[in-house]
Write a protein that binds this ligand. Structure first.
Ligand code: SF4
Length: 229
């Protein structure tokens, strides 16, 4: 099964537990204002690869995975290529490799139906907990995200939730309360909540692509912003 990938990282340590091979898929339909990988947006960019080729690469690193490492599909949005993701995940599961998928959740439920049975852990990005802020920040619909969350809840897939803290934008007590409500609604499915500090490390990529970075006046989140959230 062929698909388009942006890049491959052989020893990632932040996208899931343990040491991981991270496959960054090409293509995303959202346009998050703080995106640090706008070079993954173009659906026709990156390079074409075969799922067998990817699994072969991952297999070579199996001895580094120990108990909890494995493969993570990230992006871009990996679930825009559900058949390709499915082919990789299914093969990895067959070989006893731990599988994780990092998604915005702003995707068709059909893609989740396909991949969740072969996904040990879902890294789910909560972009915003307010509908209009969600749309403003990402260009996507909060309703699509909500439908995905409802399906994930039914499937009881283990989750790491990720929330990028944007100072003065989504870190108010009201938003914190709503985030807690969402976390509680997912019960013990939630294995971890990661508050990720907003940073500006991807700004140069916007410039390189001839794009205007839209959050120019926003300061990065400090350790104390995160601690006080
Ligand atoms: S979902 Fe990820 S890749 Fe897509 S625009 Fe948002 S931050 Fe960028």
């Amino acid at each position: 099964m062929k698909g388009r990938i942006h890049s491959f990282e052989s020893c990632g340590t932040v996208d899931g537990p343990g040491i991981r091979c991270v496959v960054f898929f090409q293509g995303c339909l959202l346009r998050c204002r703080y995106c640090h990988n706008p070079d993954t947006w173009d659906l026709l960019g990156g390079q074409e690869m075969d799922s067998d080729e990817i699994v072969k690469k991952v297999r070579r690193f199996k001895s580094y995975f120990h108990n909890n490492g494995g493969i993570t599909l990230s992006g871009g949005e990996p679930l825009l290529q559900p058949d390709f993701a499915f082919a990789i995940l299914q093969q990895c599961k067959k070989e006893g490799i731990h599988t994780a998928v990092d998604t915005s959740g702003c995707i068709d439920v059909g893609a989740l139906e396909k991949i969740l049975p072969f996904t040990d852990l879902l890294l789910l990005d909560v972009k915003a907990v307010d509908d209009s802020l969600y749309h403003w920040l990402t260009g996507g619909k909060a309703e699509t995200f909500q439908m995905a969350v409802d399906y994930i809840r039914q499937q009881k897939t283990p989750l790491w939730l990720r929330y990028v803290v944007l100072p003065g934008m989504n870190d108010s007590p009201e938003y914190r309360y709503r985030l807690e409500k969402l976390i509680n609604s997912l019960g013990d499915q939630v294995k971890k909540v990661e508050l990720l500090p907003y940073h500006t490390m991807g700004v140069h990529k916007w410039k390189k692509l001839g794009l205007v970075y839209p959050l120019n006046n926003l300061k990065p989140a400090t350790a104390s912003t995160i601690a006080n959230f």
